[in-house]
Design a protein around this ligand. Structure first.
Ligand code: AMP
Length: 191
């Protein structure tokens, strides 16, 4: 079982690269942002709750997010490995994920962190807004809030994996193929 956390700020390319990694390595991709968006689309109770946070660029509360992630992982019993994308975003989420996997006799193999300068993130998100249809990409104030929340609440999650010797930074600027090559090499190194 190879479980990977694909980490990085909003606009780092986690979703794009996850799709390549799924094709190449056969992971099951679990993106908490995607799961929230599909709940919003389906107008579920969870979606209505998540929307109130997402539209402001804030994090959805840990308790709700962790339960949703665990339910989604449990729905894929036959998975040969997961890519966690956009989760964990707080240290409490990282600790819960460790416990959850431990209960299944599994663990995180490594955290791969896409490193992209902040200016480049703003440019990418503004460009993505033209096609993503995401309200949280369209408003520069919400983009800034997401970057601030990342720096304050999410960046410290890297330390959780560093302390376990599982953190690996990956240069996230370049062509999609180049970045995919770096991630693949990092995964081979971890395995
Ligand atoms: P993303 O698609 O990963 O950019 O996530 C979009 C939004 O969903 C974030 O700005 C948060 O409001 C919410 N979200 C996604 N993942 C999490 C998480 N792990 N914890 C809390 N909120 C999350």
């Amino acid at each position: 079982m190879q479980n990977i956390v694909l980490f990085g700020p909003p606009g780092a390319g986690k979703g794009t690269q996850s799709a390549f990694l799924v094709d190449h390595f056969g992971f099951v991709h679990l993106s908490t942002g995607d799961i929230f968006r599909s709940n919003i689309k389906g107008d579920t109770e969870l979606g209505r709750l998540a929307k109130t946070y997402m539209e402001k660029g804030q994090l959805v509360p840990d308790e709700v997010t962790i339960r949703m992630l665990e339910d989604s992982a449990n729905a894929h019993q036959a998975a040969k490995g997961f890519i966690f994308d956009g989760f964990p975003r707080t240290t409490a989420q990282a600790q819960s994920l460790d416990q959850f996997l431990e209960g299944k006799g599994q663990s995180i193999l490594g955290m791969l962190a896409l490193e992209v300068p902040e200016e480049e993130l703003r440019t990418r998100l503004a460009k993505r807004a033209e096609t993503s249809g995401r309200a949280d990409d369209a408003d520069p104030k919400v983009i800034q809030k997401r970057i601030d929340v990342y720096n304050e609440e999410t960046a410290p999650v890297a330390k959780h994996y560093q302390s376990q010797g599982k953190y690996q930074g990956v240069q996230g600027v370049g062509s999609m193929e180049e970045i995919f090559g770096r991630l693949s090499a990092a995964i081979q190194d971890l395995s």
